[in-house]
Design a protein around this ligand. Structure first.
Ligand SMILES: *Cc1c(COP(=O)(O)O)cnc(C)c1O
Length: 377
């Protein structure tokens, strides 16, 4: 047996360029999900390619306890662009590691152990992050996980108030739930969460692994909500395809982080990739573009869709189309008939997470294809 984890799709992708990917026979597909929010600037972006190539030619890796210029520059850039006074960065290799670190930091900084998380939430698959993930399917075979996790319904401030108490280390929440079906949080819920965690002395953690890096129309979703969490985690789009995660942390947490480290933390090539991605995103106002194209796409989908569709929701270019029957048959048709690759989110949601650089005419292609598939009843 080999490579037993993934269910492989019948398309072998060999090449990418901007919002397009190409299979081994040269067929072109519009990437509305093949890159899983990991390539916000589009495939093969020259700024990222050049930064990585230049660093690769100097040195690929040096032990993390030696400072390197790329990592220092990335720390500064993230401190500048993070919401409010979040000034400290821990770098790692993935989303689950970024959340794992956040949970550890919350425990050491507060001296408490209890973690509050949300129903339908997803925070990753290592033991700690997995314990805060909702779905039993992901957890059951591996139990017992870390104890002391309490789940509250998403957007339910009353339940949150009951759960967050003086024994709480952290409340971890996605500003828009991704895997759970593209469910945006209400502003009130996250504002209430800010108040409640502050009063209890617990850390508020925004998991922006999927919502961050411009996806929702601002660099971080927290900016739109007007809430500064104590920690904000990032990964997926952070390195425009390179494996890098970050836990952004306020001083009071960073000062009491305990002892945490990782061999590959902030390696020079990965730091160069993330630095080029964040600075291009800011310089070229990519998040604002994502906000505009996303609003257009959502409005047009809402207007065009017929009886098969329950709901269209999301923020920016993080869009869910909830259908009445299973999403998978539509995803197959989108790929085979329309050459558009998209994703599911649960059983009934078609999820769109394209490069943020897609144009309005590319959005039109998606609207036409989905309208075609979803209105012929
Ligand atoms: C994908 C995801 C993770 C896990 O990231 P990995 O890099 O797969 O470990 C965590 N949280 C959210 C919100 C995600 O979307």
């Amino acid at each position: 047996m080999s490579g037993f984890v993934f269910n492989e799709k019948p398309i072998q992708i060999e090449r990418g360029d901007g919002a397009y990917v190409y299979d081994d026979s040269g067929t072109e597909y519009l990437d509305m999900g093949a890159s899983y929010a990991c390539v916000p600037l589009g495939h093969g972006h020259p700024a990222v390619r050049d930064a990585v190539t230049e660093q690769f030619e100097k040195i690929t890796y040096v032990q993390a306890s030696y400072p390197n210029a790329q990592r220092t520059a990335l720390y500064e850039l993230l401190a500048e662009t993070a919401p409010g006074d979040i000034d400290n960065t821990w770098l790692c290799n993935s989303g689950t590691e970024a959340n794992e670190a956040a949970l550890k930091f919350a425990r050491s900084a507060t001296g408490n152990s209890k973690i509050v998380a949300t129903m339908q939430g997803f925070h990753g698959r290592t033991m700690g992050a997995l314990a805060t993930t909702w779905k039993d399917k992901y957890k059951k075979p591996y139990e017992p996980l870390i104890g002391d996790v309490e789940f509250v319904p998403y957007n339910d401030s009353e339940a949150l108030e009951e759960a967050v108490d003086e024994d709480t280390a952290a409340f971890i929440v996605e500003p828009v739930q991704g895997e759970g079906g593209i469910n945006p949080a209400t502003k009130e819920f996250l504002q209430d969460a800010r108040e409640m965690t502050r009063e209890a002395g617990a850390a508020l953690v925004f998991d922006e692994v999927q919502t961050g890096m411009g996806r929702t129309g601002t660099l971080w979703a927290a900016e739109q909500i007007g809430v500064v969490p104590d920690m904000l985690t990032s990964a997926k789009g952070l390195g425009n395809g390179f494996p890098v995660g970050a836990t952004l942390v306020r001083d009071w947490v960073a000062e009491n982080y305990g002892s945490h480290a990782s061999t590959f933390s902030g390696g020079p090539v990965i730091s160069a990739a993330a630095g080029a991605t964040v600075s291009t995103m800011v310089e070229e106002a990519v998040p604002a573009h994502a906000g505009e194209v996303g609003a257009y796409l959502r409005a047009e989908l809402e207007a065009a869709l017929g009886e098969d569709v329950r709901d269209v929701r999301g923020e920016g270019l993080m869009i869910g189309v909830e259908v009445k029957r299973g999403a998978n048959r539509y995803l197959k048709q989108l790929a085979l008939e329309h050459r558009i690759l998209a994703l599911p989110a649960g059983r009934t949601v078609i999820r769109l997470l394209p490069p943020l650089t897609i144009t309005e005419s590319e959005a039109d292609r998606v609207i036409e294809a989905l309208t075609d598939l979803l209105t012929d009843t």
